[in-house]
Every structure is written in C-alpha cells, then in structure tokens.
Design a protein around this ligand. Sequence first.
Ligand SMILES: Cc1cc2nc3c(=O)[nH]c(=O)nc-3n(C[C@H](O)[C@H](O)[C@H](O)COP(=O)(O)O)c2cc1C
Length: 164
Amino acid sequence: MLTLLEAAHWAPSSGNNQPWRFIYARRETAEWPGLLDLLTPGNQRWAKNAAALVIFVSKTFRVATDGSRKPAYTHAFDTGAAWFSLAAQAMRLGFHAHGMEGVDRDKAMAVLGIPEGYRVEAAAAIGRIAPASTLPDDLASREAPSQRRPLSEVAFAGRFRSED
Ligand SMILES: Cc1cc2nc3c(=O)[nH]c(=O)nc-3n(C[C@H](O)[C@H](O)[C@H](O)COP(=O)(O)O)c2cc1C
C-alpha cells in the first residue's frame, strides 16, 4: 500500500501543486467498512473482495500570495495522473487497480470529513485478479477483454475533428 501511494504522489502536476489526496483502507481494518459503504451497491458486490480501497480527492484551488483562493484549473487532470501512477505501480507489483466512478460523493464528503473546496473524483479497488468463476454469473459474464475506439477517432493531426 505504501509503495502504491508513493507512486501516486510522485505524479506530475501543474506547478507541482500536488492537488491529490488519497483516503485508503485495507480489508479487515477498522477503516474498511466505512470506505466500502461509500461505493454504489453494484460496485460493493465485487469490490468487497478487494485487498484495499482508495478514494481519490482533489484540491480545486490554490492559495495566492495575497491569501485568496484561485481555481486550480488542472486539479482533476493532475489527480487522474496520480490515479494512473498508482494503477501502473500496482500492475508492476502483480496487482490490479480498478477505477470506480460509482461512489456516493456527497456521503463521502460528509463521512470522510472532506472540507469545501475539495472534490471526490473517483475510487479504486486494488487486489489480485481472481478467477471469473468466483463472481456471480452476471458479473462473470462481463469479464471479457475490453476494446478501444480506433486511434483515428481520438487522435487528430493539428486540428479537432468532430464525429459528425
Ligand atoms: C475513472 C474510472 C471510473 C470507473 N468507474 C467504474 C465503476 O464505477 N464501476 C465499474 O465496475 N468499473 C468502473 N470503471 C472501469 C471501466 O469501466 C474500465 O476501466 C473500462 O471499461 C475499460 O476496461 P479495462 O480497464 O478493462 O481496459 C471505471 C474506470 C475509471 C478509469
């Protein structure tokens, strides 16, 4: 867990602002039930078997020299970099990290004591990949390699190209 969080916090960020915050729990610890409970019921069904959960939070502002708050334009982009740094480190160590948008964000703000000005971005479940046969049938059937759009639909030389 320490190695994963270390990797996450070495991500690059605009102005080295480091807007990410990580709230984590390992399974079978006092913190685990509280974090698991923040996931949508659909995510709890499988994430309950993970080894650890991380909630990714970003700080949406910077404090200027005059003490005022200025929006940190890239807070979500930077925190996304931290999430993937954690995910890549997890893969390197033989684990897997599964991102989850399905988090009750309002509840997370309240339960985790996250102050105003911070945004709950997403969560991740981390563990070793188990055989699909350990999942309920409807979830097991989803365990197929995912695809991606052709690169030509998302990467453009020089100018945006709309789909229409
Ligand atoms: C930010 C983010 C949020 C996601 N939210 C969920 C989620 O709430 N529940 C879920 O089962 N999978 C979730 N996923 C997993 C994606 O559906 C999955 O990464 C995508 O379909 C591509 O599949 P792959 O990761 O196997 O390549 C999320 C992934 C990311 C990166």
